[in-house]
Design a protein around this ligand. Structure first.
Ligand SMILES: Cc1cc2nc3c(=O)[nH]c(=O)nc-3n(C[C@H](O)[C@H](O)[C@H](O)COP(=O)(O)O)c2cc1C
Length: 384
């Protein structure tokens, strides 16, 4: 058995992760209009825990109905959302994973169709089938992309109420049994749109200079930390760079991460992009593998805080090297785990940390040992 970093445990506050693999938050647009999680979400997230992930994140759970990206999003704006999420955390725990919940408000990117309908703005056709559009609220009245609804600029009083909404969401995910909460401040959504000089042209307390643009992010972190139990880790997802001229930079992220650490945030989840595009992935095009890892590495070193690397980390060896180089503490995977929910177990086998498939669920492990033996015998016969 080979010792690997990827399959070494990790501890933050009172929570121990069995390995370094996290399932990145992914919206699946499968909730009903009430925003309640259902059996689809249960099997979707449960199979990642059974597949060996150390940490399984929900999709971005919406803290206020006006902040819904689409009518298919899961909500956390009501106490009614707690019970179905509790079924999910019970299953994740039974399968040995840590349960993470992402808290989300889509800001000016609200009121859209689902991803496979190209995130188009809701229109009369949608209203006719029971999904009427609404006017999103945002940092300013500017559209994120031309095809979206023009948002309404939030008043300072409305912005000042946002931290309390995130804190209410945190209280509910705690009641639902989650171990980790993550504040979504990336991809052009509400909090990111206040950070970026491209989107934030406000005057007053939540605009202007860097301190003004960071104010909402820091107030949300403080409000959530105040209600989130001391023993539970708090993550913060950033678009570490806008990737556009005059935009939010890695130096800005290092400064913000330092401030967040001082306010009790434990880890920065290092994504990028999305400030003027439908999605962060669309904005990235076809980037090289691990394209966001350098952000995780710099923030880890220069802000002195744990980081999670994400974005086209698709090979076990690649994930292992990122950890060995101390570029990140956790590895988040998204699309590869949709393709193979057993990616973590497969990685442990391939890296030699579980050569006998002992960590696989028993009904699979014994069967696959037979398959491994047959493969190796046939390889000898064919000389492969
Ligand atoms: C279907 C899908 C839904 C996503 N939903 C979210 C989300 O709710 N919150 C979020 O922060 N990122 C979301 N993302 C971005 C992923 O968390 C991740 O950062 C991105 O897919 C890059 O990682 P990958 O290359 O491993 O897929 C989503 C990505 C996909 C593919």
């Amino acid at each position: 058995m080979r010792e690997t970093r990827l399959f070494s445990p990790f501890r933050l506050r009172d929570v121990t992760f069995r390995n370094r693999i996290a399932i990145s938050p992914m919206q699946v647009y499968m909730a009903g209009q009430d925003g309640l999680a259902n059996d689809w979400h249960l099997q979707h997230l449960g199979k990642f825990a059974a597949g060996g992930a150390g940490l399984v994140f929900t999709e971005g759970l919406i803290i206020h109905p006006l902040g819904r990206s689409s009518y298919g999003d899961c909500g956390i704006w009501s106490d009614d959302h707690i019970a179905p999420l509790r079924r999910i955390t019970d299953l994740l725990h039974a399968e040995g994973a840590v349960a993470g919940a992402q808290l989300h408000h889509a800001g000016a990117k609200a009121a859209r169709r689902r991803a496979w309908d190209d995130f188009r703005a809701l229109d009369d056709e949608d209203a006719a089938r029971g999904e009427p559009p609404w006017q999103p609220m945002g940092v300013s009245a500017a559209r994120v992309v031309a095809k979206y609804h023009a948002p309404r600029a939030m008043s300072d009083a409305e912005v000042a109420a946002v931290p309390g909404l995130f804190a209410d969401g945190a209280r509910r995910v705690d009641a639902a049994g989650f171990d980790v909460a993550e504040i979504h401040a990336a991809h052009g959504y509400l909090i990111h749109s206040f950070l970026s000089p491209i989107s934030n042209d406000r005057t007053g307390p939540y605009g202007g200079d860097m301190a003004g643009r960071m104010r909402l992010a820091l107030e949300v972190a403080e409000a959530v930390r105040a209600v989130w139990p001391e023993g539970k880790p708090l993550f913060f997802r950033l678009s570490c760079i806008d990737g556009l001229e005059g935009g939010w930079s890695i130096e800005d992220s290092i400064r913000l991460a330092t401030e967040l650490r001082l306010r009790g945030v434990d880890l920065i989840d290092c994504s990028s992009g999305g400030i003027r595009s439908t999605s962060s992935i669309a904005a990235a095009g076809s980037p090289p593998l691990g394209y966001q890892v350098p952000h995780a590495a710099r923030i880890r070193r220069e802000a002195g805080i744990a980081t999670m690397a994400v974005g086209l980390i698709i090979q076990p060896e690649q994930a292992e090297i990122i950890l060995q180089q101390d570029d990140a503490d956790l590895i988040a995977i998204g699309r590869v785990v949709l393709e193979n929910p057993n990616w973590p177990l497969t990685a442990a086998y391939r890296l030699g940390s579980d050569p006998d498939r002992k960590t696989w669920p028993k009904p699979y492990g014994w069967a696959l040992r037979g398959l491994d033996a047959a493969r190796s015998d046939n390889a000898e016969e064919t000389g492969a």
